[in-house]
Design a protein around this ligand. Structure first.
Ligand code: FPP
Length: 271
């Protein structure tokens, strides 16, 4: 117990000192997170996987708070992928139970903090009561003008692109239009086209994969791979990823600027 509180103090001190180093005028506008490693975190402690997801919810709360501390406008979390439907039914049921609880517990805070809440994915796949809870919070927060929180649920990047193309095609067939589509037209048919592309993608659990997340939108996104499991994610990890991001030179395929020397790197940089 004493060790726990000493560790908490240590991570609070580290968070405070990292926060002072961050340039508030150059924080990423949109951060997307692949929250990975709940199961392995639980396994390593001899706990059932669901305990990892339960601890993962606390990490979600820390991530939302860190985004608030940094004034990050958009935070998008990969909460349930289309591939996650392949998991055992008991785990899926438990995940949705946690989601229900999270939505009910966070509703007041989301509204009080002027956060606009969204959900992206094939939402019609979700249990009807979860769809209702999501719809309620989406509608209640629709007029909010502060930060933005988006949960990706029953989400797949390839499916999102296919859905966008299908909608474009139906519109074209209905209007009799012919010819090709532009990238801008495809972008404007994504699930939440008003969101800017992510500037920074964070993934936990040390895996160098994008796992079908926001495939269209991450074309020029900086990537940070953290060597910790999601339940271990603290505000200080968020701050450190942002600090690392601020040392990068984003060229979008151009040649201007120089690559700065990189210290402890978690991610790969793509020009
Ligand atoms: C990955 O861990 C995590 C998920 C399947 C989704 C993340 C879910 C949560 C954090 C809880 C619910 C979230 C909200 C917003 C209510 P994993 O199970 O894939 O871990 P493993 O790769 O170690 O098996």
């Amino acid at each position: 117990m004493a060790k726990d509180s000493a560790n908490q103090q240590k991570s609070a001190d580290r968070a405070a000192s990292l926060l002072r180093e961050i340039d508030p005028s150059r924080v990423p506008r949109h951060v997307a997170i692949i929250m990975d490693g709940n199961g392995r975190w639980a396994n390593g402690r001899g706990l059932p996987r669901i305990e990892g997801h339960r601890a993962g919810i606390e990490a979600v709360r820390r991530a939302v708070e860190a985004a608030r501390d940094l004034n990050i406008e958009y935070l998008t979390l990969y909460a349930f992928s289309m591939e996650n439907w392949k998991r055992p039914k008991t785990e899926i049921r438990a995940l949705f139970q946690l989601l229900r609880r999270y939505l009910k517990e966070e509703q007041n805070r989301i509204l009080k903090e002027n956060i606009r809440f969204r959900a992206i994915g094939r939402l019609s796949d979700l249990p009807p009561d979860v769809q209702r809870l999501l719809r309620q919070l989406i509608e209640q927060s629709e007029g909010n003008t502060g930060r933005n929180l988006t949960l990706a649920l029953s989400y797949g990047g390839r499916t999102e692109i296919a859905d966008a193309c299908s909608r474009l095609l139906s519109e074209a067939l209905a209007s009799g239009r012919t010819g090709s589509f532009t990238p801008e037209e495809i972008a404007s048919h994504m699930y939440a086209p008003e969101l800017p592309d992510p500037d920074l993608l964070i993934r936990t659990s040390g895996e160098f994969r994008v796992s079908n997340f926001l495939l269209w939108q991450i074309a020029y996104t900086e990537v940070a791979i953290l060597d910790i499991f999601w339940p271990e994610f603290g505000k200080e990890d968020f701050y450190e990823a942002v600090l690392d991001y601020q040392q990068r030179d984003r060229r979008y395929g151009g040649v201007q600027g120089q690559l700065p020397g990189r210290k402890k790197t978690h991610g790969g940089m793509v020009s």
